[in-house]
Design a protein around this ligand. Structure first.
Ligand SMILES: Cc1cc2nc3c(=O)[nH]c(=O)nc-3n(C[C@H](O)[C@H](O)[C@H](O)COP(=O)(O)OP(=O)(O)OC[C@H]3O[C@@H](n4cnc5c(N)ncnc54)[C@H](O)[C@@H]3O)c2cc1C
Length: 445
């Protein structure tokens, strides 16, 4: 009997347990539903990346990927019925939207089972708990328990699967044209990137991963986001080596776990006291600050370079993500949610769990152990992690004439503002004091 394999965040054939489960009973209908809700949320960068990834998956399936546009609770039962499928197979989705959607689809399928095999994580959210069964809120103990829990070996190769399309395909969605060169999408590209990074980048990862001026990280985040490669495959290749890289993979798993246990934390602060700060910048000033931040015109070179990297590449280095996030919340006093929305719109790796909790960690209302006192110095961070100024000059051409690390302080350079770069929109030392006072006020509550 035929079955349906409904692809979502798992756009690959290798190490895909749901595919193995589907292929057990006979022909497989490989379905991708273009859900209007998710499509709208994705923004132009992820829309373009998704289409490229789907084209790659379609090619691996011998052009058999069945693309249907519509609400999943209508489309999936219709296709299951047309195929007379004995089951619909999926990898479990643990995001709040994914959980609600899958519950609706399960109900709409009536007697046809919706079978969950695997997830986008090495260890599914909810599996790692404290001895008393409650969830972890701090990363390091979670990491230890996660390591101890361990993960399954990668799934076998599915062999020759009989792909089948019982109805006509509706074709790829059309994203808006993009002025950004995205990395190659798809499973083969993901593996190629991983093999290259393993051979040439992994040994220096611990030393270079905080340097945005150097390509010292894996650049795998979009592949993990769309499931073109599974983290379990990476962890298996790593073996016991490379603790630092494994820890980064675990951050992704930790945030998925935190979101699973706190579904409202996509938009609400994990620490509810935080949402009561009254001194957020408001009105026209707030709009001007947000625009200066989004367009990379704050007058703080390291912040502006990061925001322009995001605009130009749909990606930003992790160290700079932390600095621009801290700047938005603690220097401009804008709520973290405004920044998280912009990131989700722009990032090619935009992922609701890593993004919301990356923001909350930096803002000081999330999972960090001692959150309130960390205010990143946007100048000092630039001088430390972009010591020769190359990162800033790459993205901020108005400062290209300033040599070395002097680029981080154009106000000290004789013709620092000769090419139209703006002066700082705030005084960091002062705003830092304001932020600390705000946090001190809510701490006692
Ligand atoms: C404010 C903020 C927002 C973020 N938003 C996202 C997001 O939407 N999507 C996303 O994938 N990551 C997000 N991150 C985490 C991190 O910045 C990116 O995963 C990383 O920069 C991707 O580059 P890479 O693949 O070269 O990372 P590497 O350093 O090579 O790390 C390997 C993989 O580990 C995971 N990882 C590494 N660091 C983190 C982290 N701090 N949190 C979660 N996972 C991590 C990613 O899957 C990454 O691909 C955010 C971080 C911050 C501070």
């Amino acid at each position: 009997m035929a079955s349906v394999l409904w692809f979502r965040r798992d756009l690959r054939l290798r190490d895909n347990p749901a595919l193995l489960a589907a292929a057990e009973s006979g022909p497989v209908v490989p379905l991708f539903v273009v859900d209007p809700v998710l499509w709208e949320r994705a923004g132009a960068v992820r829309q373009n990346y998704l289409v490229a990834s789907l084209r790659s998956l379609g090619a691996s399936l011998g052009r058999n990927l069945l693309l249907i546009h519509g609400r999943p609770e209508e489309v999936v039962p219709r296709i299951a019925k047309a195929a007379k499928a004995d089951a619909v197979h999926i990898a479990a989705d643990y995001s709040p939207y994914g959980q609600a959607r899958d519950a609706r689809v399960g109900t709409a399928l009536k007697k046809t089972p919706l079978v969950r095999t695997g997830s986008p994580y090495a260890v599914a959210p909810g599996r790692v708990t404290k001895a008393d069964g409650t969830a972890y809120r701090v990363y390091t103990p979670f990491f230890k328990a996660w390591l101890q829990h361990g993960w399954r070996a990668p799934a076998d190769d599915p062999g020759d699967v009989e792909w089948w399309m019982p109805v006509g395909c509706q074709g790829y969605p059309s994203p808006p044209e993009l002025d950004i060169a995205l990395p190659p999408a798809g499973e083969d590209a993901a593996w190629e990137r991983w093999e290259t990074f393993r051979a040439t980048g992994l040994a220096d990862y611990a030393e270079l991963r905080n340097r945005p001026d150097i390509a010292g990280t894996s650049s795998l985040s979009q592949y993990l986001r769309f499931g073109e490669i599974h983290p379990r495959s990476l962890l298996t290749d790593l073996g016991d080596a490379d603790e630092v890289f494994r820890k980064e993979i675990c951050w992704r798993e930790f945030y998925a776990d935190v979101l699973f246990h706190n579904p409202s934390s996509t938009t609400h602060s994990l620490d509810p006291r935080y949402d009561t700060i009254m001194r957020w910048t408001k009105g026209k000033q707030a709009r001007e600050f947000l625009e200066a931040w989004q367009t990379g015109m704050t007058g703080f070179p390291f912040v502006d370079a990061g925001m322009r990297q995001l605009r130009d590449e749909g990606w930003m280095h992790n160290r700079v993500r932390m600095v621009v996030a801290s700047f938005l919340v603690k220097d401009l006093h804008l709520p973290w949610q405004r920044g998280a929305e912009h990131f989700m719109h722009m990032l090619r790796d935009g992922d609701v769990a890593s993004n919301s909790h990356g923001w909350q960690w930096t803002a000081g209302c999330g999972t960090d152990a001692s959150p309130f006192y960390r205010v990143f110095n946007p100048i000092g961070q630039g001088e430390k992690f972009d010591p020769d100024g190359d990162y800033v000059r790459r993205y901020v051409p108005e400062l290209a004439h300033i040599p070395g690390s002097a680029v981080h302080q154009p106000w000290n350079w004789i013709d620092g503002y000769a090419h139209g770069y703006p002066e700082p929109i705030v005084d960091h030392a002062h705003e830092r004091q304001v932020a600390l006072a705000d946090f001190a006020a809510i701490k006692g509550r």
